[in-house]
Design a protein around this ligand. Sequence first.
Ligand code: C2E
Ligand code: CA
Ligand code: CA
Length: 575
Amino acid sequence: MNGNEKQTAAQGSAPLLLHIDDSNGECLYSNAATQAYEGVCDAQALAQESLGRTDSEHSGLARLVRGHYRVGRTQLVEKATGQHEVFDTVSIPVKEARTGADAICTLMTPSEIKSHEMPTSKAETYDSLTGLASWNLLHQRLAHALAQLQTEHTTPGALLVLNLDGFGLINRVRGREIGDTVLRIAAKRLLSIARASCTVARIEGAHFAALVPELNTPPDSQARYVMGIAHRMQLAIGADPIVIGDASYEISVSIGVALLRVGDISANEMLREAEAASARARKEGGGRIVFYEPKLQTYLAERLEITQSLARALETKELKMFIQPQYAHDGTVTGAELLARWTHATRGVISPAIFIPLAEESGLIERLTHWSIEVACQTAFELRRLGSTHPLSVNISPKLLTNHRLIDFVRETLARTEVPGSSLMFEVTEGILIDDVELVEHHMQELQKMGIRFSVDDFGTGYSNLVLLKRLPLSELKIDQSLVRDIPADLDDIAIARMILGMARQLNLNVVAEGVETLEQAKFLWENACGSLQGYLMARPLPIAHWLEAVRTGRTAPGQANEKPGKDQKLIPSC
Ligand code: C2E
Ligand code: CA
Ligand code: CA
């Protein structure tokens, strides 16, 4: 449909929607027709006051046009009645009449989208939060672009996967409503600079994608050209902070790029490539643009292989549980943390820092956690037989607390192994607040009723500490080892550690410092009334059987439990 036809359609029976947003995506003006639709503009009154114009005056907007029309994608808009209609959008850069500020005027006319693009359902085709294309539609268009490239020898395009860095934090600290607003504004900003042929989608969370089906540039300048597009997208979203109420959010964007190419490649593989590049961009510190390279493929293949063998390791004996004791000032054992160890048949020892995130991504974490709880209960049973009742700490991944299966499993396992819930301490990270807070809180309370206690792992590295402390049934904080590491050299870390210890005292929470390796660190922590210490200085993680033997023979004092104590472990810190 060309511009004139759009106008004709707009003047016909279907409504023409018109709204003007400022550069923050805040609505300055919308016409009366938009009132019948949700999410087009919520602030008509404000707009009229700001622009001093009425609906009938919008034809005068043409005079405000500075740049050229941008014909946007189809957009799904929800009516107040709950029905949905599909519109084509045309965005025009304008100056706001009174202040002269930059704004975007968007005209929306009923769409004539081709039947193969017609949404089968709203959820499948459009993202309800932002109105952008959904993963499904992106996938469909990507497959189409790849097929065209194969058969019609068009010039290749590019797929960009964008991630809003630090979004998780905003969502956690400010709540989901603000998080959603940030996503909507970012989506609008992204859309405002995208070319007509470009499909802009939201994949999930703060993950967006842009498909540029054709680059129309010679092969040797493709990468530079896409780099330019990616830069523009970063600037569009992140150049100005997103202002919501009186808070302002600086957003940086990580972008992964995969160039479309002729060959035996599916849309799924293409998406994986761009995702992998985007993950690398995030890993490199955010705000980066990373192009997919085959090297990343090897990295991905390796991860896949590890994930698959982890599933097998859960069946076999490759996965073992180690234990690391925690000590009070007088050298008595106050608790012990269970830490998984994996000795792969050919790769050798694989660190949990590698396989736990893979288990989380693949869903294997549930089985792994059930196994840890089972081992914890059996070990607690053995320890109690030996007269030792200290709790065993089990690491629990945040996602599991949103599902009732964990609670059912714990209840059943405690009953079967005949150990009280007080034998278990669940270590959770601040990530538990990313998902449904009410549900997580409810599940924690159910577990608490069984006698289970909660400890906040890696405390001091996030920002939602106070929200967490106030809201959840906690009994312990673990000072993260990154803070302990530089004690007593780093004054900032000392100040944070002191603050955490002071705050915990006020709130009646026990504090465990982890990663304690030196006498200086131990001395500082004891002087500041830290409840317990855990670290190589006192004991390295050791096989459970060795710990049971140490308890049986009364050799649990700091430095004694390890089979082969390290040099510094002969030193017992102030105990
Ligand atoms: P985390 O929960 O923060 O565990 C503490 C980590 O610090 C462990 O690493 C432990 O071996 C290490 N550590 C203990 N003392 C010292 C010390 O003095 N110096 C230093 N530099 N490190 C010390 P590990 O065992 O490699 O585990 C890494 C992470 O993997 C854990 O961090 C935890 O998040 C996760 N993890 C380990 N086992 C499990 C498990 O069974 N389930 C789950 N969900 N996560 C696990
Ligand atoms: Ca832990
Ligand atoms: Ca930790």
